[in-house]
Design a protein around this ligand. Sequence first.
Ligand code: AMP
Length: 567
Amino acid sequence: MLKFAQTCDAIAATTKKLEKTALVTDLLKVTPLDDAATAAIFLSGRPFPAYEEATLQVGGALLWRVIEDLSGKTEEELSQIYRRHGDIGSVAAEALPAKSESGLSLAEVRRVFSQIAAVRGPAAKAALLRAILERATPLEAKYIVKIISGDLRIGLKESLVEDAIARAFEAPLAAVKRANMLLGDIGETLRLAAEGKLAEAKLRLFHAIDFMLASPVESADEALSYFHNPAVEDKYDGIRAQVHVGKGEVRIFSRTRDDITDSFPELPAALATLPNDAILDGEIIAWSPASAPSTQDRALPFSKLQQRLGRKKVTPKLMHDIPVAYLIFDVLYADGEMLLDRPLSERTNILNTLLTSITNHVAVQTLSSQAHFGFALPEPAPATVLRAPVATANSADEIEALFTAARERGNEGLMIKDLDSLYTPGRRGKSWLKMKRELATLDVVVTAVEYGHGKRIGVLSDYTFAVWNGEALVNIGKAYSGLTDSEIAEMTQWFLAHTISDQGLRLEVEPKIVLEVAFNNMMRSTRHESGYALRFPRIVRLRPDKLPQDADTIDTVKKIYAKEHAV
Ligand code: AMP
């Protein structure tokens, strides 16, 4: 563990990517295989491989308490150290008592992480955490704490770890990346690289893989500048869901690769009739089934679906009041074959064939004169499963017409997809484009919160938020909540449990919560460290489906500013 921590410090000390990669390469080369695999996982900032569902459930407040306890320092002394470093791992390094050696191994740390994940309740977790931090040297503690908080902050992306594995074991980088993408386990990837078996990496049913992402476009013309003859679908305002079906079992994974099957108890039954092993990509939306033959089924806004999300128990009443539909638009694996490397046009055909075999019923939905297919389960169905209708468009005018129609149906806009493109997990390329509402919004990360006034006294309702500038979050604005009272109450609880430093009225909080904010326009300003400020910022909604790293960057801010101020 000591060598690992020393290497992390050395990596943090250089800004040069090549030097960082060389340091990781050397570490992986000299470390025995099992430990090297663990080091690779830790270096990517995780306590467990990405695909594993285990989570530590150790928040900043708990870490803070244990460090306070072990160091004997006061809250104020620790806050001062925190303000100097802005990182709780560095607080541990500075505050904990010196020790020359611990003999702690990477395997032990990994074992303790598993134990922490397995026990329930903060007291039991704190006891395990305390025991390991008590043994660790301050430098080791620094990185144990950083891994627990999910961010090493040494300027090391997972892609650099992949690069180092390729170098350490003389394997092609593309093969390393591919194996890691399929397995969701950089440790196992390292093992295969060491054994020269990267080609054996297989996509595993019931282990979510990253989703393909889309880039924003401002206009139909811009979309057509990237490719011609696109597939065009409505952009539904729900949550992205990857469905794995096999051997009579169905599991649903969110964009953050969490298993969300329990949130949609009615969906597995509707999907279990698929005959083959399959991995599907689509969107779960709140759905208003047609009440009479003359009326149309339609997707409801996200706010409706949100009423179901985050509920511990989904009651039959909730399922009845807010029905859902799964709109499928892609297939990643079917009938034993991985389809990521097939162009969208082929995947579309495979998906259509697959869905015709949903038992009993096939209904064709018409989107427009260019529409293709839609398949629905019989009514009354416990949940609706549909093939998202696809249209083709050859001109900007056709795309604009589809956009207007999508908006009239209550959807967010369009997804415009290159029929020749392969499925590239985790990448935001120009093969999938999203054309959304006219007004720009930003996805931002909450960095600090304040108690409100008037009827909001006693609840944390004023949020300071930031966008990414490289590895750092830079504040760009502050909004008084546009959230509902119950959301604010829930967020208040969360923020109190994840406070990094308490400055009385204002709390600095762990940068984990993503919000979508709207605003009237953008100005240059020295008020916030980003150099920009938003006029009339308001919170559109919480984005629990997004990770902090999915938030927008300063480049997007600059782009919006340039567009608004173009003469
Ligand atoms: P955004 O969340 O603004 O980055 O937009 C991308 C998201 O749109 C995806 O991650 C999906 O959750 C969602 N989406 C809605 N409809 C579609 C569709 N037809 N194809 C792909 N993604 C869609």
